[in-house]
Design a protein around this ligand. Sequence first.
Ligand code: MG
Length: 160
Amino acid sequence: MRIGIGFDIHRLTAGRPLLLGGVTIPAQAGAEGHSDADVLLHALTDALLGAAGAGDIGTHFPDTDPKWKGAASGLFVAEALRLAQQKGYRVANADLMVLAEAPKLVPFREKIVGAVAALLKVEPGRVNFKARTMERLGPIGEGRAIAAWVSVLLEPEGDR
Ligand code: MG
């Protein structure tokens, strides 16, 4: 088995859509970024690449490349998964954590888990979603940023 960890943080700006796991969340502000700025899928991509021993998101999808402007971040996850599969692995489980002061994300848990499970080509029981605030501390707590931590475990294809 191989484990990977991913982290990402984006600034929040009024008027931008807020995407988490490919799901649009009604919110006052959305994440800034070169692609669709889905902070959760960026952390997931890095966790997958880490577990696969395949580098990082900045190397594969540089934000200086106009090709990725406005890109749906599901594409990054799909490519990272393809690299893992190429090495003979599939996802055993993924644990997702979003740090945001607002909005409350629990009502979107099932939708996000379903969307991420579909991207990872696993059943929803292999994906866990958690959300927490920063107790109004720091840039996240002040509502100026949103961040995500993700860990992914890969297992050899033949194991189940
Ligand atoms: Mg990012």
